[in-house]
Design a protein around this ligand. Structure first.
Ligand code: ZN
Length: 361
């Protein structure tokens, strides 16, 4: 029984092989398998195509920079109005604990880290957690959202740059010991420029850390909507890349990145059927061509800029600098991934990567 089930997971994707409108951004292949038809807000009608050569699935045609900034602003407004203040505050603490756990894993290996760069830092609390074990470190963040940058400046006094991760910022060249991209690489239209920027921004012995959804599970909802409802599916958050665990690893190894840790965690989603089971509940919502302009023009006034007091967020009985192991234990208790599987299997929710960046030639 288990054997037959394992043969089905992850499911083989069926689809027509088509000429792509744009070549694969990782390997240049000109054909691909049609996985789904997608509407990104009312901004763009596009398709999701899987490259048979390198395994990367992408939007084809890709979003332009203008599409992305419009959609991202609309999504930011939509999401802020949807999630309650209390939940947002709880997330700050969660990210702090995750950062603390990550910082400890680096300390254990005796990495020296003086300068950190994070792409898309969100609330910045992951970095604050990391600082628990690296209190002296200098932090720089890059984002395209002004609100995010102002928040990071106000709350944590980080150095901020307004740019996409693909754009090269010359003054940051050769500066960092650790570069972080958590939940970012699935959003960038040109993944290879981001990776090459990581190499350019690195100092010798620099580390690169990322997390990203398991692409197979992430595209499954769109695949179902296309194949069983025969409808375009709705895309509100700009996931433009859907990584194959094997293809992503080979790409990094080819560029001489050195693998330190690479695994997938959170298997709950797979157990519930993502990536292999045909169920209405797992399908992406059919497109309603939601108007991005409506959110940008009529709803932005309702977004209150969030103010949190850092002291209050981190005022927990177990966060005490004098008893470091208590905070570490609680972070481990809440967030440790006990089950880890090889991302090349393409099961599980999220891929975790820690790599050593190659030295520049
Ligand atoms: Zn490819």
């Amino acid at each position: 029984m288990i054997k037959t089930l394992l043969k089905k997971i992850p499911a083989q994707l069926k689809g027509e092989i088509i000429e792509r409108k744009e070549p694969c951004r990782l390997c240049g292949e000109k054909t691909g398998k049609l996985i789904a038809k997608i509407d990104y807000w009312d901004i763009k009608n596009t398709t999701l195509v899987k490259c048979e050569k390198c395994g990367l699935s992408q939007l084809d045609p890709m979003l332009t920079e203008e599409d992305t900034s419009k959609g991202c602003l609309a999504y930011y407004i939509e999401e802020s109005l949807r999630s309650p203040f209390k939940e947002q505050k709880r997330n700050l603490l969660r990210n702090f604990r995750r950062g603390l756990l990550f910082g400890h894993s680096l300390r254990k290996r005796n990495y020296r880290i003086n300068n950190i760069l994070e792409f898309g830092p969100g609330s910045g609390y992951f970095l604050e957690g990391l600082k628990y074990f690296y209190p002296e470190t200098q932090i720089t963040v890059i984002d395209i959202n002004e609100e995010v940058l102002n928040f990071n400046k106000r709350q944590h006094q980080y150095e901020t740059y307004k740019a996409t991760p693909e754009r090269f910022i010359p003054e940051l060249e050769g500066k960092f010991d650790l570069i972080i991209a958590r939940d970012i690489i699935e959003h960038v239209t040109d993944i290879s420029s981001l990776i090459h920027n990581v190499i350019k921004y690195s100092r010798s012995n620099c580390l690169f850390h990322f997390i990203t959804p398991n692409g197979h599970e992430d595209l499954w909802k769109h695949y179902l909507t296309h194949n069983y409802l025969h409808r375009n599916s709705e895309l509100l958050i700009n996931h433009v890349n859907y990584f194959d665990g094997k293809g992503l690893l080979s790409y990094l190894l080819e560029l001489n990145f050195n693998k330190i840790e690479y695994y997938t965690y959170k298997l709950k989603t797979t157990i519930r059927g993502r990536g292999w089971k045909v169920k209405t509940k797992l399908m992406a919502a059919p497109s309603q061509k939601k108007s991005a302009g409506f959110y940008i023009n009529h709803k932005i006034g309702e977004v209150r800029s969030l103010e949190f007091s850092k002291g209050e967020v981190l005022n927990k009985w177990y966060i005490n600098r004098k008893i470091k192991h208590l905070a570490l234990f609680m972070s481990w208790y809440h967030h440790a991934s006990l089950i880890k599987v090889d991302p090349r299997l393409n099961v599980g929710h999220e891929i975790y990567g820690l790599f050593k960046v190659p030295n520049k030639k």
